[in-house]
Design a protein around this ligand. Structure first.
Ligand SMILES: Nc1nc2c(ncn2[C@@H]2O[C@H](COP(=O)(O)OP(=O)(O)OP(=O)(O)O)[C@@H](O)[C@H]2O)c(=O)[nH]1
Length: 317
């Protein structure tokens, strides 16, 4: 006999998940937090492991501003990934403070922590994040971006050094970009999950709404297209969402912090903004599976990344 039970996602008190189905013998299920300093490849890794686009990725740090759940259901396990923003200590804005709290909150209540660093070696910022990780957790160290390593012999000493820093349950070198060793990583994670679940419907891969994912898609395209010109203070709101069975009509706004940022985002004769909209529309259309009309506007909202009320409106608190 199996018990019917529901569970709350870590740090999401009040959100009651659907009741678990029958637990097949030996089935394992649990929460896995993915942490690490900005830009080490956490979102890319989750997307690779889950096999769906859950979290947006870009070459600029601090892309992930919120938790995102990615769920992978296999015959013998359900993996529920909790993405976290890169831990930040350099800039002391309200947004950074909020993000650091998200990281701490997530770590207290998961079954496994994947601690991701760049396989090129430990940096000061990695050590800072490591200080947040409770010792009693099962922590797997992921040495990511091995495809960029010129000398793979450096891996062994790096592993030895890492064990001196923390009692990691395992160390797995991966390339999230190429998918190398990701299957091995899943096997290792499963070992540390409790026999339980599944908590989620196996068809589901994220708990985020289409609206949220659409906003993230617009933000991702802005990050990609603007490259180094991009001011960090950029956010996206969805102002209109009309959808029926045959098509969708969406209006989104890109919020920038300063008047001088507006022309950067718009580009010459509107070229940048048109390209952002075109690329985002294609992805959103694919996600929704129906023809989609997307309109993107640019608005200035001064100091939004340091303004508690603005952060709340944008869903960051
Ligand atoms: N070469 C290589 N690049 C990678 C790999 N994994 C991620 N990247 C790249 O590293 C950059 C950052 O990846 P993200 O997945 O956004 O990193 P993140 O840790 O989630 O970043 P934050 O959201 O800022 O915390 C992107 O340009 C990725 O394409 C990898 O295994 N190899």
């Amino acid at each position: 006999m199996t018990e019917e039970k529901s569970a709350e996602a870590p740090g999401q008190e009040g959100i009651v998940l659907p009741p678990a189905r029958k637990v097949p013998a030996g089935f394992r299920c649990g929460y896995i937090a993915v942490v690490g300093r900005p830009n080490v490849g956490k979102s890319t890794l989750i997307n690779r492991l889950v096999g769906e686009k859950v979290s947006i990725t870009s070459h600029k740090p601090q892309t992930t501003r919120d938790r995102a759940l990615g769920v992978l259901t296999r015959e013998d396990a359900q993996y529920i990934f909790v993405d976290t923003p890169g831990f930040q200590s350099r800039y002391k804005s309200g947004l950074t403070h909020y993000m650091n709290n998200v990281v701490r909150g997530v770590l207290t209540d998961v079954n496994v922590v994947l601690f991701v660093i760049d396989a090129s070696g430990w940096k000061g910022a990695d050590e800072e994040v490591l200080r947040l990780v409770p010792r009693e957790c099962s922590v797997i160290l992921v040495l990511n971006k091995t495809d960029e390593m010129k000398n793979r012999d450096a891996l062994l000493p790096l592993m030895a050094l890492s064990m001196q820093k923390f009692p990691f349950a395992a160390i797995v070198p991966t390339s999230a970009k190429k998918g190398t060793q990701c299957e091995e990583l899943l096997t290792e994670i499963r070992r540390h999950l409790p026999e339980d679940g599944p908590y989620y419907d196996p068809d589901l891969y994220t708990d985020k709404s289409s609206r949220y994912l659409a906003a993230e898609t617009v933000r991702e395209k802005a990050f990609r297209l603007l490259g180094d010109e991009l001011p960090y203070g950029i956010a996206v709101t969805i102002d209109k969402w009309e959808e029926d069975e045959r098509h969708a009509n969406i209006v989104a706004t890109l919020l920038v912090e300063r008047e001088s940022h507006r022309p950067i985002v718009i580009g010459e004769k509107g070229a940048k903004l048109r390209e952002i909209s075109r690329l985002a529309r294609a992805d959103i259309e694919q996600m929704l599976g129906k023809p989609t009309h997307l309109e993107v506007w640019v608005r200035v909202r001064r100091g939004w990344s340091d303004d508690a009320r603005a952060l709340k409106t944008l869903g960051y608190s």
